[in-house]
Design a protein around this ligand. Sequence first.
Ligand code: DGY
Length: 326
Amino acid sequence: MKPKVYITRRIPKEVVEKIGQLCEVRMWGEEDVPVPRQVLEEEIIEADGLFCLLTESIDESLISRAKNLKVISNMAVGYNNIDVDAATRRGIMVTNTPGVLTETTADLTFALLMATARRIVESTDYLRSGKWKTWSPMLLTGQDVYGATLGIIGMGRIGEAVAKRAKGFDMKVLYHNRNRKLEAEQTFDLEYADLQTLLKESDFVCVMTPYTPETRNLIGEKELSLMKKTAVLINTARGGIVNEQALYEALKNGTIWAAGLDVFEEEPIKPDHPLLKLPNVVMLPHIGSASIKTRTRMAEVAATNLLQALSNQTPEHLVNRELVNR
Ligand code: DGY
């Protein structure tokens, strides 16, 4: 009997076929609509493997319905949508897709930084609205990126890839992380700083840390007030790390200069989201890893993790490693 796998969204055909060679596959068929909770609650009962996205909340009440589940394979590097402890207690493996999206996400982080600093979106809107009358000395002037100080909060793979790009712009790079990264300090010429110092001294602050109970609202009113009035905040990690209400106030009152956001506390955001009304914010619909190549690679890696777990191997990207070290 082939193991039963449920896939919560349409993924590249080749990847479904690869899973289908070894498993009996069922898949939610609507392209841009998340699987309804009720459907997932039914499907998980008999599934041996779940292939899911960050849009699904795989919480304890869902996990507890599963009779045969061996693996939850998340097609993302972040797995804050999964109750990993609940899965571990039941001996269910949780896997993610690190590595393959590092460079693509760093590219997008830098694109957002540049777009925000140089007011790219605002300038395009200005043209579209027919306001451009003449070249003007101070028209749509922004902040310099080259030679500025970049503060990176969270020095994982993506943080390092952003630091590497910053070096090409002659930036001084500060970082803050739970543990010091001595090797990365040498390789990427980084300076460790406590959070307060980083916030005070940086011209650009990039939030790159995982989303955990400890990092929830890590950047709030107090932290924003420490930043320079000319500073730019970039978040391509998870929305909940930055307090959105505090950020809105800081952008509106000129506490900081601008923000570039790819992620939000609640996704998707509504068209009447207050931040959308501010000119000094560039906002994107969580597209950090969205290149064709990378999203395809993420689906492939998630499929490999899933198949490894279902054939009694240890998946390469196992999150709850304690299951194999028991
Ligand atoms: C992730 O993988 O966690 C990103 O947010 C989506 O690529």
